[in-house]
Design a protein around this ligand. Sequence first.
Ligand code: DQA
Length: 145
Amino acid sequence: MPTVLVLNGPNLGRLGSREPDVYGSADLDALRESLAADLPDGWALDLRQTDDEGTLISWLHEAVDTGSPVILNPAAFTHYSYGLRDAAALVTKPGGTLIEVHISNPHARETFRHTSVISGVASGVIAGFGFDSYRLALLHIVSGS
Ligand code: DQA
């Protein structure tokens, strides 16, 4: 069964209590439930979170090996992790799908958030729509477009 990997970077495990004015008051379990409700038959979803850069990179390697499409919220790694960018490129250069998502709109926030080192190797970017950023990414993947 094809599995969509939904990978979340540092501090996203604190969703629910972390800056609710920016990120809302729902946590990752609520995100998992919401995405599962949108999942068509024949698809599986694997949502993970880590604060560790190496772990996130190893999950992208796993996506390369399994050919799984990826929805990635790199969180703060977005703005400076060349290691994560290179791992994302391993997914997309051979034709795999990796959609970068953000809950907030980083471009409307502090200047350091305006740079993404991931976007240049992502299949696409969706930002600023809360958890709907993930839902829109999932819709794109399962629609096969
Ligand atoms: C974020 C935006 C990043 O700038 C920030 O570091 C995050 C979350 C978002 O989803 O809006 O941790 O990726």
